[in-house]
Design a protein around this ligand. Sequence first.
Ligand code: CA
Length: 440
Amino acid sequence: MNHLDATHDPALRSWVVSANNSANDGATDFPIQNLPYARARRAGTDEPWRIMVAIGDQALDLAAAVLAAEHTEAQAAALAPLVRGDLNAFMARGPADWQLVRASLSRALAVGSPAEAALAPCLIAQSALEFTLPCTIGDYTDFYTGIHHATTVGKLFRPDNPLLPNYQWVPIGYHGRASSIGISGQTVRRPQGQTLPPGSTTPQFGPCKRLDYELELGLLVGTANALGEPVPMEAAEAHLFGVVLLNDWSARDVQAWEYQPLGPFLSKNFATTISPWIVTMAALAPFRVPFTRPEGDPQPLPYLDNAMNRASGAIDIALTVQIETAAMARDGQAPATLSHSRWSEAAYWTAAQLLTHHTVGGCNLQPGDLFGTGTLSGPAAGQGGSLLELSMGGKAPITLPNGEQRTFLADGDRVILRGRCAAAGAAAIGFGECGGRVMG
Ligand code: CA
């Protein structure tokens, strides 16, 4: 999972050349070194959903591509679930097949491929597609690994004791709601709920007044583990298939009233939005960085520690949040940037640690299970991954470039998450966009 091979060669170029040559221009999120998976179809049709692989601004329709080209028996077996549009079944086959298909796609899409003529008709412009969830998500767990987020939010609620004592020992999380996970482009209805007005002892019922987003990444489980059989750190990475952007929409006023003693419930279960393209763990290999702890912090317990995790357990992904208000959309203004942060700086635990911790008591994971990382806020003021942080709990409104102000989201606001990886000696890759709009 962690090693570099010919598919990562920054010198690789694709024969896929669109009007703007976007597969090879260095600015695309989807050069040949990325090869992320989505489930899509031509927009506005009732065609069956098909598994696609992004290349530049195009998408390769795998069902068509497999028919058009010749394969070995091993390739055909690995590709069969993708032809059926069943990404869960492909994820269940495991890293050897994931690697086989990645290598095959890389060769087929590279300059000089003998498959070019056969595969060119299997390309569709991404702009002509509509997307659905890339796989069936059976269970969804949201972690709380953003230590700067946890500290800032903790200060708002408990000024003297922002970080609870278990935080540095246990990857904190809760079991979320899979049924309300939607795909980028969705419109989110402002939830109603119970809130406790300031100074009151009796709650009121009505529309959420403090609607917020959370900048997170989503980790998709590839292979299952059996009930009662924990996954040790050494094996954890091999169970992870890939990463998406994730917006954990949050009703802060509902959350404040309901969250004790068992954690968030209705404040989080009305909508979660993910980006359509799953960037595989294999594609992220060039962007590995060491996992470190600040001086003086406890080291992880042995079951959450190993040499590989210390050497390269973290992944450096640069993250951005933007907002486009209804007025900005109407006036043709570009979305405004709200914050920047990096996964490797924001998170207190790595992907492997989350997977191992999740299973340590015997919990069984299934192909397509989703982990949210928790809000990935940077260490500096202004790097908060939610409006709760950026507006200091609603006390300090943010002024947007067109003069509008926000403490929390207004109807018609669109929130856009982006992620991008760059490293010396590697082709830069990205995640596309995770956008969602508040109905208004
Ligand atoms: Ca969250």
